[in-house]
Design a protein around this ligand. Structure first.
Ligand code: NAD
Length: 368
């Protein structure tokens, strides 16, 4: 059988630097775990604009549609801020999400014990935290029509439309239930059914998908405003949260920052299953291209490496190997190894991007 395929799109700024460490880890799995991947690499964002005059070439888009998973670094940078909107680096990212129809955005909030002091919340509230927010990504109020700024009786008004079809809710609900089965078997669905018809439909459809297809998963419903409060009050009550595009945008940022640094946050965007049963998938760190530290070896590669761990778990059915990688990271952090962004007030000497990657490889070796 052919090896699973990965398309690497390092992008701009610190993207190539953090991706270099992921490449080492991919090679480690081939060498030490007989888990070989067919890896190809291409350009996205400003790097693609420099060569092709567009932030994502058609050939790259076609490759992304064929592979089992896309790994993306980050795009953007001051050099490209002056470009026309249509060719800005971010457009490359949006094109990938749209044409691959990546409707489920997975944002974990996982707190490594060694970093629990980094949270703005009390240590016992976040230590051991491991939750997953599933945000609907391709519909809802960011896309619904009518939209625009109009004028009536001499006064302007702005309109956006929250619109969800049953099938859009069904598919993201299924993603959440499938994830829950591989985790704590619990889903909490968040909307505002008390004041929004789209929320009433959301709640009804999630409940139906549950009753018909996933009765073994524990399901609860919560109004999204209460959900925001509960996330800050006692986040460990949740396992998987599923919510719409707008609420998910806000709740996932809130949940992610419970755990501290931007350099630690991975994400996945999943679409419909392909012929081989794997979902269309793109994995990327939450952070951007960090132009302020690019080229200095200061970037924390962990967010990007954790994104690859998500690929192992959700695209390649290698949950045990994903756990091995996460535990290697946990071990390195517990040993006090820190990139500059993770330095506490007590100070110390930070390691470089490459040194952090090497320490994680050493911890992987030690796990065998
Ligand atoms: P950013 O995430 O790039 O940086 C914010 C801050 O966090 C900076 O101080 C940066 O040094 C730090 N930081 C980010 N990642 C880090 C890491 N791995 N290790 C250590 N420190 C890290 O956000 P920004 O400054 O608002 O945006 C910079 C550029 O990135 C812009 O062009 C923006 O459009 C783009 N951007 C891209 C993405 C993406 O590719 N998905 C996401 C956000 C921003």
């Amino acid at each position: 059988m052919a090896n699973p395929s990965i398309l690497i799109l390092p992008g701009d700024g610190i993207g190539p630097e953090v991706m270099a460490e992921v490449k080492k880890i991919i090679s480690w799995y081939g060498d030490k775990r007989e888990l070989a991947f067919d890896v190809s690499e291409d350009l996205v964002g400003g790097a693609a604009y420099d060569v092709h005059g567009v932030p994502l070439a058609d050939e790259t888009m076609a490759k992304a549609q064929e592979v089992d998973a896309v790994l993306l670094g980050a795009v953007g940078g001051p050099k490209y801020d002056v470009l026309d909107f249509s060719v800005k680096p971010e457009r490359g990212l949006l094109r990938l999400r749209k044409e691959m129809d990546l409707f489920a955005n997975l944002r974990p909030a996982q707190c490594f014990d060694a970093l629990a002091d980094f949270s703005s919340l009390k240590k016992d509230v976040v230590a051991g935290l491991d939750i997953m927010i599933v945000r609907e990504l391709t519909s809802g109020v960011y896309f619904g029509t009518p939209r625009g700024i109009f004028e009536e009786n001499g006064e302007r008004y702005g309109v956006n439309t929250q619109r969800y079809t049953e099938s859009e809710i069904e598919r993201v609900a299924r993603s959440a239930f499938e994830l829950a089965k591989r985790r704590g078997n619990k889903v909490c669905s968040m909307e505002k059914a008390n004041v929004m018809e789209s929320g009433i439909l959301w709640r009804e459809v999630v409940q139906r998908v549950h009753d018909e297809e996933y009765p073994e998963v524990e399901l609860s419903h919560m109004y999204a405003d209460n959900g925001a409060m509960q996330l800050v009050r006692w986040p460990k009550q949740f396992d998987v949260i599923v919510t719409d595009n707008l609420f998910g945008d806000i709740l996932s940022d809130c949940a992610a920052m419970l755990t501290g640094s931007l350099g630690m946050l991975p994400s996945a965007s999943l679409g419909a299953p392909m012929e081989n049963g794997r979902p269309k998938a793109m994995y990327e760190p939450v952070h951007g291209s960090a132009p302020d530290i690019a080229g200095q070896g200061k970037a924390n590669p962990i967010a990007c490496i954790l994104s690859f761990a998500m690929a192992l778990r959700y695209s390649f059915d290698q949950g045990d190997e994903a756990t091995r990688l996460e535990q290697a990271i946990e071990k390195v952090l517990a040993d006090g190894v820190r990139t500059a962004d993770l330095m506490g007030p007590e100070g110390g000497t930070p390691v470089s991007t490459a040194e952090m990657g090497d320490k994680i490889i050493a911890a992987l070796d030690a796990s065998l």
